[in-house]
Design a protein around this ligand. Structure first.
Ligand SMILES: Cc1cc2nc3c(=O)[nH]c(=O)nc-3n(C[C@H](O)[C@H](O)[C@H](O)COP(=O)(O)OP(=O)(O)OC[C@H]3O[C@@H](n4cnc5c(N)ncnc54)[C@H](O)[C@@H]3O)c2cc1C
Length: 386
């Protein structure tokens, strides 16, 4: 199904996942997600050398200009890894090269590619939740630029990042009520870590809550023009939703392979578990659903590479994320069942995936929100317009 270029990317990512990352999963699981510092540094260095941090960067900026299908091939393989060990590098996204000034590219965006800086996204708030259009954090004009006030929840990787990309509503001026995104350095006065809640998974990347108390941000740190925020957030959502779908496919594939190997060797009632037709049915349903999820995901990637209409791509990314994440959760449930009690042990990848994949139905827009996006696209443009 993949051409030679995508196959080459896929192969590099598969080897990296299998040889470098997967061997450290249980260590991470039993140590609060942490790896020895030298191992962490090695993973980051290798990922950057393999080109993963430069995939979505135009060649004019020193990037690899990879097609979306190549990137999906990489993230599918990285999705085979638990404990978020594949988050060992940051990567600029193509939309940033449309949104950012030369100064912003050199200060904030390109250092992601080289591994010198790390970002985190602060969009979600406790009140508006799934509806980012109504976020309450404000950006008010002041002589130095903007004064940002508000509270952000679930800021993934903030404990490793050195700057935020924050979304705020404009409180005054001609674009009052619309949204903008801002680069905010982590050491800017007024940023307060409220707390770091524990979550189901064991990741070294936390999801803390931050309060922004009259944080002063110069105008040169606003992305694009005033009011462009939702447009760029949508670009971010599309990309993340597609890559979540890719990772869910990778996770599903590993789960199926591990369950198949286990079922072939586990003897129950004098014969391998794999001979039991009820177990075969679980494996068959899983394989069938994985193939469907892969096809939806790769077709959405190819639609990007074909340059399909943005509104159609938006719906396609939602379809891929919705379907692949729900499939992966069903597969994790079945695979844990096939492993029996062994599947409930934290040293078993099925147990870790069972917890970790659950959030893929929640973040970057819940499954319900994806359904709303898909239904609205259908009602507006019909099936042919999707
Ligand atoms: C581990 C983790 C990491 C995250 N990382 C980040 C991050 O880095 N940056 C960031 O900005 N955000 C992040 N998020 C936030 C995430 O995107 C939100 O949790 C998600 O969008 C849902 O918002 P909510 O939690 O407020 O749920 P709510 O909006 O409160 O939704 C609760 C329930 O109501 C449903 N619901 C809501 N609206 C509707 C509707 N109109 N119709 C039908 N059902 C509806 C939802 O589907 C859900 O089932 C993270 C979340 C988690 C759990």
């Amino acid at each position: 199904m993949l051409d030679d270029t995508a196959e080459a990317w896929r192969g590099r990512a598969a080897r990296f996942a299998r040889e470098e990352l997967i061997p450290w999963e249980v260590h991470a699981e039993l140590n609060g997600g942490q790896l020895p510092l030298e191992v962490k540094a090695r993973h980051k260095r290798l990922a950057i050398e393999l080109g993963f941090s430069a995939m979505d960067v135009p060649a004019a900026h020193g990037g690899r200009d990879a097609r979306v299908v190549d990137q999906v091939a990489v993230w599918e393989q990285l999705g085979q890894v638990t404990n978020a060990l594949c988050w060992c590098f940051s990567e600029p996204h193509r939309w940033m090269f449309e949104a950012c000034t030369a100064d912003q590219l050199s200060r904030y965006v390109l250092p992601l590619m080289s591994g010198k800086r790390k970002e985190c996204y602060a969009i979600t708030e406790s009140g508006p939740g799934s509806d980012p259009d109504s976020i309450e954090t404000t950006a008010t004009r002041c002589p130095e630029g903007y004064r940002i006030s508000g509270e952000k929840w679930y800021v993934t990787s903030a404990n490793h990042a050195d700057y935020f990309i924050l979304q705020a509503g404009l409180a005054d001026g001609p674009h009052t009520g619309s949204q903008s995104l801002f680069f905010i350095d982590g050491d800017t006065p007024g940023i307060e870590l409220v707390r770091t809640p524990p979550f189901s998974h064991t990741f070294s990347d936390h999801h803390p809550i931050y309060r922004f108390n009259d944080v002063i941000v110069p105008e040169r740190q606003r992305l694009g023009s005033e009011g462009d925020g939702m447009q760029y957030s949508h670009a971010w959502f599309r990309r993340e939703r597609l890559m979540i779908a890719a990772r869910c496919c990778g996770a599903s594939a590993r789960l199926i392979e591990e369950a198949t190997a286990f079922a072939a060797t586990r003897i129950v009632g004098g014969e391998p578990l794999a001979e039991k037709q009820l177990v075969q049915a679980m494996l068959a349903d899983s394989v069938t659903e994985l193939w469907a999820a892969r096809l939806v995901t790769y077709e959405a990637a190819q639609a990007h590479d074909r340059g399909q209409d943005l509104r159609s791509l938006h719906a396609r990314c939602s379809i891929a994320k919705l379907y692949a994440s729900e499939v992966a959760n069903r597969i994790a449930d079945r695979v844990m069942q096939i492993f029996g009690g062994r599947g409930y042990m934290r040293e078993n990848s099925a147990e870790r995936f069972f917890r970790e994949l659950r959030v893929d139905r929640i973040w970057e827009g819940t499954s319900e929100i994806q359904r709303l996006i898909i239904a609205r696209a259908l009602l507006k443009r019909g099936l042919e317009g999707m």
